[in-house]
Design a protein around this ligand. Structure first.
Ligand code: EPZ
Length: 420
């Protein structure tokens, strides 16, 4: 298992480019199942989770590959015989594999997909995914830890989500595009990645309206065709890089971002005293002399994203004053707190709330990553901490960040990856 070693204290300067969005690439790769032929995707980030999704598709009989080791182009060929199954061994490593469920039922009339099980940050049930598929006429059985879904022909219907769910919205949307008739989905997730998936599906011949709002209507069509598409930039990676500038006292231009996808996090960085300006298709973050504590409440998009909570907590740990952080999306997304304590942070957890008292400085220490965004939070804190910080178990980081340590060292950070 690798570890990341950081010597803190370097202010970051320069330019860096955001990679393609993990949380758009995963549903979009799964959507290739809806068409016969080969779809080509550009700007696909080189991440462990993307590699897992490609493996899930290959396991079913698709030709699903990254063009070359270093290319950002992936192709998914869906021809001939597909075994509509996603095994536990793969799904347990990446719960977003469950995104093949909707396309498989819609296209092949059946699917056998392992229940994802919980993960470090929460139970993360998929009851809403199944509720939506049932509303479209799918027959769903749970046997031996697998979802068995059948439907000769899905029929349009009304789906009202009890909980706003990103992949739930995406799964049901991918099922509805081939259902007979009209589907209305209510209380949908409004994330940019949902909108991006709808854009890709419409390019394939689907008829989706309202993606990005809470009500999505879909007129089913008889078939879809393969697509060529470039994945939109990753707003969470971009936000993480902006925080790296802020926490290190630097001045960094993050290129290739969609600023309007980042309003909530940009607003919080400005509130904390940073200067953020749009520049050359990107966002520049200039750190203030003195970071101010701000309060954070995570909510569904367009609110403050839960995927940026751990990163902002690292920043707040060295800001002036006290910051109250409410995590409303996942029930166990404070696992970075005990590790930040090891670096000298002063944070108290009360249920879903963390109270962060800013301290003068942090001091480096060995810490352990527990989940994807916690890894990023510890690296950010390490950039600030005096001395050396070793972040172990960075396989968590590699799930969702494309060579983050190289991007940071390109901005002047003293950071390297070591075989642990
Ligand atoms: C997506 O996860 C993202 N992953 C997550 O990003 C992100 O944190 C999350 O949305 C929230 O924005 C991908 O897009 C691949 P949810 P998802 O369904 O869809 C509950 C990262 O760091 N819920 O929106 O799995 C659930 O328990 C990852 O990149 C149900 O109760 O999240 C949670 O409390 C982490 N029943 C809440 O809804 C369901 O059927 C939001 O979950 C589905 C969800």
């Amino acid at each position: 298992m690798d570890k990341i070693v950081i010597k803190g204290g370097q202010a970051l300067h320069g330019e860096v480019q955001a990679s393609g969005a993990k949380n758009a690439a995963l549903p979009i790769l799964a959507s290739a199942l809806l068409a016969d032929g080969t779809s080509t995707y550009r700007n696909v980030p080189d991440l462990a989770d993307v590699a897992t999704m490609l493996k899930v598709l290959r396991t079913m009989g698709c030709d699903a590959e990254r063009n070359t080791e270093t290319s950002d182009v992936c192709q998914v060929g869906v021809n001939g015989h597909i075994t509509p199954e996603a095994p536990y061994e793969l799904v347990k490593t990446m719960r977003a594999s469950v995104l093949v469920l909707g396309p498989l039922v819609a296209r092949f009339g059946r699917a056998r997909v392992s229940m994802p099980g919980g993960c470090a940050i929460g139970a993360r049930p998929i009851d809403q995914h199944l509720k939506g598929l049932k509303a479209l006429g799918a027959d769903i059985h749970l046997t031996e830890g697998y979802v068995e879904a059948q439907a000769k022909q899905l029929k349009g219907g009304t789906v009202n989500f009890d909980v706003i769910t990103v992949t739930g919205t995406e799964n049901v949307m991918m099922a509805a595009v081939l259902a007979k008739g009209r589907t209305v989905m209510e209380n949908c997730a409004r994330e940019p990645e949902v909108e991006e998936l709808a854009k890709v599906l419409n390019k394939m011949g689907a008829r989706i309206e309202g993606a990005g709002t809470s009500i999505i209507t879909i007129q089913g069509v008889d078939g879809l065709k393969p697509v060529e598409h470039a994945i939109l930039p990753d707003r969470i990676e971009a936000g993480t890089l902006l925080v790296a500038a802020a926490i290190s006292g630097g001045d960094v231009l993050v290129k290739r971002v969609v600023p309007e996808h980042m309003d909530a996090m940009v607003e919080k960085l400005r509130e904390a005293g940073c200067t953020l300006t749009a520049e050359g298709g990107g966002l520049r973050c200039k750190a203030p002399q003195r970071l101010e504590a701000v309060n954070i409440t995570t909510t569904e998009h367009p609110g403050f994203p839960t995927d940026m909570q751990a990163q902002l907590m690292a920043l707040m740990s060295v800001s002036q004053g006290t910051s109250v952080i409410n995590e409303n999306i996942f029930e166990n997304r404070f696992m970075h707190v005990p590790e930040l304590h090891r670096l000298g942070a002063d944070i108290t957890i009360q249920g879903h709330t963390a109270v962060v008292k800013g301290v003068k400085g942090l001091s480096g220490a060995p810490v352990m990553a527990t989940d994807l965004r916690a890894s990023a939070s510890l690296i950010l804190a390490g950039l600030r901490a005096e001395g050396r910080t070793d972040v172990s178990r960075v396989y968590h980081l590699d799930r969702g960040y494309e060579r983050l340590e190289r991007k940071l060292s390109g901005l002047g950070a003293d950071i390297r990856r070591e075989k642990a």
